[in-house]
Write a protein that binds this ligand. Sequence first.
Ligand code: UT7
Length: 340
Amino acid sequence: MSQTKAIYASFRSIGAYVPEKILNNADLEKMVDTTDEWIVKRTGISERRIAADDEYTSDMGAKAAKLAIERAEINTDEIDLVLCATVTPDYFNMPSTACVISDKLGIRNVQAFDISAACSGFVYVLSIAKAFIESGMKKNVLIIGAEKFSSIVDYTDRGTCILFGDGAGAAVISATQNKEEAFIDIHASADGAYADFLVTPAPGCINPVSQKVLDEGLNFVQMKGNETFKLAVKTLTKDVKEILAKNEINSDDIPHFIPHQANYRIIKAVGDALKMKEEQVVLTVHKYGNTSAASIPMAINEIWESGRLQTGELMLLDTFGGGLTWASALLPFAGKANNA
Ligand code: UT7
């Protein structure tokens, strides 16, 4: 009697896109009551990218996805599921940005949908891709994290406008029977009791579009910055310690710790608590700010393009965002390295 071999999910490729326009701290000094010194000291951010007026989340997502598909060395028609994580979709409710991106890539007759988990979105779609592949339902899943976050930022609010930027990242997750290539573990969680820490009050059925929404700026992101900061450090540290302990892996054995890029001080506090050395921690926050669901794939792309990410090397992903949501993942990079 023949035995069926187990199917695992593997991380095949990465791609990213950032818009051309740079918004630096000197520009922000002219817009709100802030200084370059304050922003760098409190966040580590020097600049962020801002999409053009006619450049949308789906445009950035499609560009990142095209690269990821090419680098996975598969054809577009081999993709059998498209997932997009975003809180700044092209359209508020429909069509989904995943559908718009599929159309831009010429992917037809394939299941496509968005998920909303704010900055944790990319690790959430990673967990969904894993479930679809390991259940045998799909073989090649295109996952995207893309945000035009500038579309929900109030550029008169110094507490938020200094933090966020635009961009996109994408990956191809494929079925494999080689256990060495398989994802090791993913934790994804949420606690809606903290929903008011990070919220865009409108538009939604509570606050449909109205003059009041516009007058009060309810369409912009609101954040309890300091409370979010403290909870992020605590939750991320606990989550990473748990995933490492559960899988009997030491923090020394992680060549690439890729945390959500929200604030350098959060990354440093979590890295220190986990006894990570500087060279283990991937940093992009200084040049891109917080790009929400795009942050982690943009950071993976950074180490891939610079030749730092080699085939088989372990990545530890760790993220935290509105919802509140958080997630971590342990997985090897199963694609070709960029050693050209
Ligand atoms: O990605 C999803 C998760 N999001 C996050 O992880 C964001 C987490 N939060 C943060 O990154 C930080 O809380 C901020 C960068 C937003 C703020 O830094 P903070 O060290 O927590 O400052 P704070 O909110 O406690 O404010 C300290 C002071 C206040 O002034 P007073 O009341 O002490 O006089 C603020 O009004 O800093 C003031 N302040 C600023 N000053 C200059 C707040 N924003 C600015 C600013 N420039 N941009």
